[in-house]
Ligand binder design. Structure first.
Ligand SMILES: [Zn+2]
Length: 802
């Protein structure tokens, strides 16, 4: 059974030409004894070939060929017996193969049993054509004897032949039962181990690569292998980060499941959310807020307000969670190690007023993620409304400062509160009338006149004092002044009791609003000066061109004056009309002389003279009309080409400079600047560019505040409260705390408005305004909870040129 090639094909099949000719010509002389019976259990060989023993020995000339038999003959083995089919290795397409028709199984032959006699099974190695039934029976018996573990090894002298048993499938795998599939998989796996020489997994990887990518993904998904399990709490993080409502979250969960992504259930999300907000209760109710109609009439009406029942609990919980997450820092000793600094600030933005806290013991204290709003109401930030909503926290703030915070690891800290907000808000909570009052400063008792004119000041301006302010309010303003706002100046503009007991040293100078306000003011003054300069240059040019036309070329060659070209051209156009008008002036003068002469003549009563006079008079008035129209044309041309406010060659250079630094003025709020833009413009380069864009240099901001103020006073009439704060309170404030105003002041809370706008998108479907505001506040608190997981990563910022 050494695979005689010429006898392995199905009956009548053409022999594959890809086999070497040596095999075809070599006639294997395996002669079996004629006495061998079909279906013999034992095949005895003729004595002449017995030296070959059990293995049929082939002539040496065909042995190498046998090792490299054409693969196409392997399927033919299927015709032998279903139990000994070799592994079906497909033929290379270049080879010509015989049809793979599987004939009826030939062994065991029914009715044939017992030994096959040698004289019946004689195999002449020169024999051709299919095996006789007896030969087949003998082959089957030999194969069965030689098989070990459903495989048949046949020695050839060279590489052995290796046949593997492949069962005939009754059903396609796509229709077979799972258990059958498993059995088949096991067989394939065994075969893979053999054919790969023991590297079954690498082999399987190579097989998987034969599938298209899409098909492979499909297979993995169908098999449940592509499943991703997202840890609990992370869907809540995505919900919070993307401002989704619960309905959208459900849709997202279903959608992800389609792709094998499994996430927490809604129940789990809600449980985690409740845990994150467990420290304090979020309350919402209608409160009596004061609103103003368009005509200015005040009206009290119920408006929703959402707030935390306990600020102390909320702050302590935030600190505890931050500490556990390792997020607390003392800024390398900037904050004393036993202190926690807590910024409390309020601001109105969008449709709501927000009161928030920001621990400063965090790496980026002004970030949105570190701004926790604890009170939110839908009304204006008037004194009445702020008092209505915030008076409840007076006790909380006192308690926060007076009671130490004890963290769970046993450390104790003193909480120090810093009050921040814009100047109007600060004035409101400390009870003074504000920037417009006679005593406009929150920190000192300076008067408005004293701010404008430093020479007119008292030698020492004393500071305000919180206790004093409370007393002044109750004793002076209420009792003596009978609470009349008109008399506020008599009581240093103290018109209300301070809302909280936080000393004025802990009230931070509003750095952001100072820079915004001062920058806007300087820019406006600068812009006005540049516009003025445009008009002056224009007038001067006109004079120059008209008086000495020879200068024109020279003027136009001047690069700085180039932008005025349009205007100089217009002077030419207008000149034509001016000259015509000037000529007419002469004619008119002559005609008027004649008219006077006519009038003189008319003393002689002459009807004829009267007609002539009337004609002459009408001619003169025609000339006058014509001259006036020429003059008008000249004016039109000049004014058309003349500079418009802010559009002159110099003034129009300002906006492009701002644009190169990506600074844009808001089109509302009297074209004010937004905070970031101001900060960007306050770098040296923008200032240099801005000021060098025109010949005139206004002020050099790199000088210190004092020098700036003395410059400013020289050129401007009035000094605003913000400039006073800059002049007298910014430096002491920074010295006192050891940090800059960017760290201490109010910008953090300004950023929270945008976040609330986004959150309100997810809560707007809630019909009840009170419930809606409550859900909004809760969504915000989840967002900023220090240890909530699965937050949406921040976008990678592109590098700015500045
Ligand atoms: Zn002051």
């Amino acid at each position: 059974m050494a695979a005689p090639p010429d006898n392995f094909g199905p009956p009548g099949a053409a022999f594959s030409p890809c086999c070497p000719p040596s095999i075809q010509s070599a006639v294997a002389a395996v002669s079996l004894r004629p006495s061998i019976q079909p279906a013999a259990a034992a095949v005895s060989l003729r004595p002449s070939i017995q030296p070959a023993a059990a293995a049929v020995s082939l002539r040496p000339s065909i042995q190498p060929a046998a090792a490299s038999l054409c693969p196409s003959i392997q399927p033919a083995a299927a015709s032998l017996c279903p139990s000994i089919q070799p592994a079906a290795v497909p033929c290379p397409p270049s080879m010509q193969c015989w049809p793979v028709a599987v004939p009826a199984p030939l062994c065991p032959q029914p009715g044939v049993s017992g030994p096959v006699t040698s004289n019946r099974v004689t195999v002449d190695l020169n024999e051709e054509g299919p095996l006789t039934p007896d030969q087949q029976a003998a082959l089957c018996a030999m194969v069965k004897r030689q098989m070990v573990d459903k495989a048949l090894y046949v020695k050839t002298g060279g590489k052995p032949l290796h046949f593997v048993q492949v069962p005939v499938s009754q059903k396609k795998s796509s229709e077979a039962a799972p258990s059958t599939l498993q059995k088949r998989a096991q067989r394939v796996s065994d075969f893979r181990e053999k054919i790969s020489g023991g590297s079954g997994e690498e082999q399987m990887a190579a097989e998987l690569k034969r599938l298209s990518r899409d098909r492979l993904l499909q297979v993995l998904q169908e098999g449940g292998f592509a499943q991703i399990r997202i840890p609990d709490g992370h869907l809540l993080g995505a919900k919070s980060g993307l401002n989704l409502n619960w309905g959208q979250c459900r849709s997202l969960r279903r959608w992800m499941r389609e792709y094998g992504v499994v996430v927490e259930s809604e129940q789990t999300s809600r449980r985690i959310a409740a845990d994150l907000l467990s420290a304090t209760t979020v309350v919402a109710e209608n409160l009596p807020f004061t609103t103003k109609d368009d005509d200015g009439t005040k009206r009290v009406e119920p408006r929703p307000c959402a707030f935390l029942s306990s600020l102390v609990a909320a702050v302590h919980d935030f600190l505890e969670r931050s500490k556990k997450a390792g997020k607390l820092t003392w800024h390398r000793g900037g904050i004393p190690e036993i202190e926690i600094w807590l910024k409390i600030g309020g601001d109105h933005g969008g449709t709501t007023f927000k009161m928030a806290f920001q621990p400063l013991n965090i790496k980026h204290p002004n970030s949105k993620a570190n701004t926790s709003v604890f009170c939110l109401f839908e009304s204006k930030d008037s004194r009445e409304n702020i008092t209505t909503a915030l008076a409840r926290y007076k006790g909380d703030l006192k308690k926060l400062e007076e009671e130490m915070w004890k963290s769970e690891d046993g450390e104790t800290y003193q909480v120090k509160i810093l009050m921040t907000g814009d100047y109007a808000y600060m004035s409101t909570i400390y009870g003074i009338s504000g920037a417009a009052g006679t005593y406009p400063c929150l920190w000192c008792k300076i008067t408005k006149a004293g701010i404008d004119d430093p020479d007119n000041r008292t030698l020492r301006t004393s500071s305000r004092d919180l206790d004093n302010m409370g007393r002044r309010f109750s004793r002076d303003f209420i009792q003596r002044g009978q609470g009349r706002l008109r008399r506020a100046q008599d009581f240093r503009n103290i018109i209300a009791a301070p809302l909280f007991d936080i000393p004025l040293e802990q009230a931070i100078v509003p750095g952001l609003h100072i820079s915004l306000g001062i920058f806007l003011r300087l820019y406006q003054e600068f812009e006005a000066a540049v516009q003025d300069l445009d008009l002056k240059v224009q007038a001067y040019l006109r004079m120059l061109v008209l008086s000495e036309p020879n200068n024109r070329e020279e003027i136009m060659a001047d690069q700085e004056l180039g932008p005025f070209q349009r205007y100089v051209d217009a002077i030419d156009g207008a000149q034509k009309y001016r000259l015509e008008a000037d000529e007419l002036d002469q004619t008119i003068e002559e005609q008027e002389d004649q008219l006077a002469f006519l009038a003189y003549q008319m003393q002689v009563d002459d009807e004829m003279a009267e007609v002539v006079f009337a004609e002459a008079a009408s001619m003169v008035s025609d000339l006058v009309r014509k001259r006036d129209s020429l003059r008008k044309k000249e004016e039109e041309i000049l004014s058309k080409a003349s500079v418009k406010p802010g559009k002159g060659p110099l003034a129009s250079k300002l906006e492009p400079v701002m644009k190169t630094f990506k600074v844009r003025r808001e089109m509302y709020h009297s074209r004010t600047f937004v905070g970031n833009h101001v900060n960007r413009m306050l770098h040296d380069k923008p200032i240099e560019d801005l000021t060098s864009s025109v010949v005139n240099t206004m002020v050099d901001l790199s000088h210190d505040i004092k020098e700036f103020m003395s410059h400013y006073r020289r050129d401007s009439k009035s000094v605003s409260i913000k400039m006073h704060l800059l002049e007298d309170h910014v430096v002491p404030c920074i010295r006192h705390w050891g940090f800059g105003l960017g760290f201490l002041a109010e910008q953090g809370i300004e950023e929270v408005h945008a976040q609330f706008n986004h959150i309100s998108q997810s809560t707007r479907s809630i019909a009840d305004p009170v419930a809606r505001l409550k859900a909004t506040l809760k969504a915000h608190l989840l967002k900023v909870s220090p240890d909530h997981t699965g937050k949406i990563p921040e976008p990678v910022k592109r590098k700015r040129t500045l």
